[in-house]
Each structure stands twice: as structure tokens, then as C-alpha cells.
Design a protein around this ligand. Sequence first.
Ligand SMILES: C[S@@+](CC[C@H](N)C(=O)[O-])C[C@H]1O[C@@H](n2cnc3c(N)ncnc32)[C@H](O)[C@@H]1O
Length: 191
Amino acid sequence: MILLPREFILFSRLGRTDAAFSSLHDAGRLDIVHECIVASLFLSHGIRRNVTFHAILNGPPAPPLHIEIDGARLYDVRTDVDTWQRILKKVLSGKAHPGISTSKTSFEALLKAKAETAHVYVLEEGGRDIAETELLENAVFVLGDHVGLPKKAEAYALRYGEKISLGKQPYLAASCITILNYILDKAGSRH
Ligand SMILES: C[S@@+](CC[C@H](N)C(=O)[O-])C[C@H]1O[C@@H](n2cnc3c(N)ncnc32)[C@H](O)[C@@H]1O
């Protein structure tokens, strides 16, 4: 089965942009970033090599910061909090980890670049029911954090894509990613 590229973009309103923290939760909810990384990229005993995860961190001291994790090149990882606290601190200190890069790319610039080659879907409870939506190849899914996507960011993303819904229940961002991966896995080689 050929798996097509699949990408997730998490907009983190407050995620810290340096390594000055002792807990992911207290670092502007980087624990949500960790949960979304695990949901995006990990299978039981394996990494989803066709998935790329992006987080745009908009917290202090130097927003925005784009973290990109490429499943095809990610090594030396486990799923637990301690591992990811260590890795996130490392990359936020400017050090390297296989498959992970950082840049000063903004949410808007990332969206614009992605929209040139991919189909953008903005996850929101009030969007079009995913069951009635034919997901196109090379999908990029945009999600908000615990507060949700800021209206301005949502409006910008909708220039390039459409709003889709997983139903009326407000799910955790990481749960949304798990549901999307499940749906796309079931759809098979088309995604
Ligand atoms: C924990 S939710 C945020 C909930 C927040 N109260 C709000 O109004 O957006 C985090 C993100 O998950 C996504 N999400 C949660 N439930 C969803 C659903 N039923 N359908 C589509 N996306 C959903 C949205 O992208 C949301 O910004």
C-alpha cells in the first residue's frame, strides 16, 4: 500500500518558544503539543513515515516558532512525556534532533506555502461533516489548541481551505488527530 503524504498543523497560542521550563504543561501547554505529536506520528511499535506534524508556537519569549517533525526522518524517540520534554527542550535550545527542524515561519506563511501543493482542511465543530466530505489527496489538517483556533488565524486558513467537523462533541486536539488518522487509514492507499 502506497501511503500519501499527510500533515497536521497545530496552532499553539501560548506554547513557549524557549527551553526555560520544567514542565510541558506549564510551558504554555506544550503538553498538548506532545499529545498531538504522539497522535500524529506514532503507531504501536512504529512511526508513521508518511506523516509530517507542525506546531506553530506563539508563546513567549520569541514567537512565532515553527516546529516541523518529519515522520520519514524521525529516529531515537519514544512516546512518553519525559522523552518529549527532553526533545522539545533540545530543539527549543537550537540543538538538532533527527527529523525535527525549527524556523521562524509564521502560521500564515506556512499555510500559504502548504496550500500550493496540498488540500487544506480546518478542523472545527461547526464545519462540514467529515462523513459528507470527500477528503482529497495530500491533505493538511489545521487544528487549534485547548482554547481553539483564533478567529484571525481561522479566517486566514479558510482563504486556502474548508472547515470540516468530526461532529458536535468538542474533542481534544490529539483525539481529533487520532480520528483523522483512523479515517485516512481506513480509506487506504488513496491517503
Ligand atoms: C480542545 S479543542 C478546542 C475547543 C475550543 N473550546 C474551541 O472552541 O475551539 C481543540 C481543537 O480541536 C479541534 N476540534 C475539537 N473538536 C472538534 C470537532 N468535533 N470537529 C472538528 N474539530 C474539532 C478544533 O480544531 C479545536 O480548535
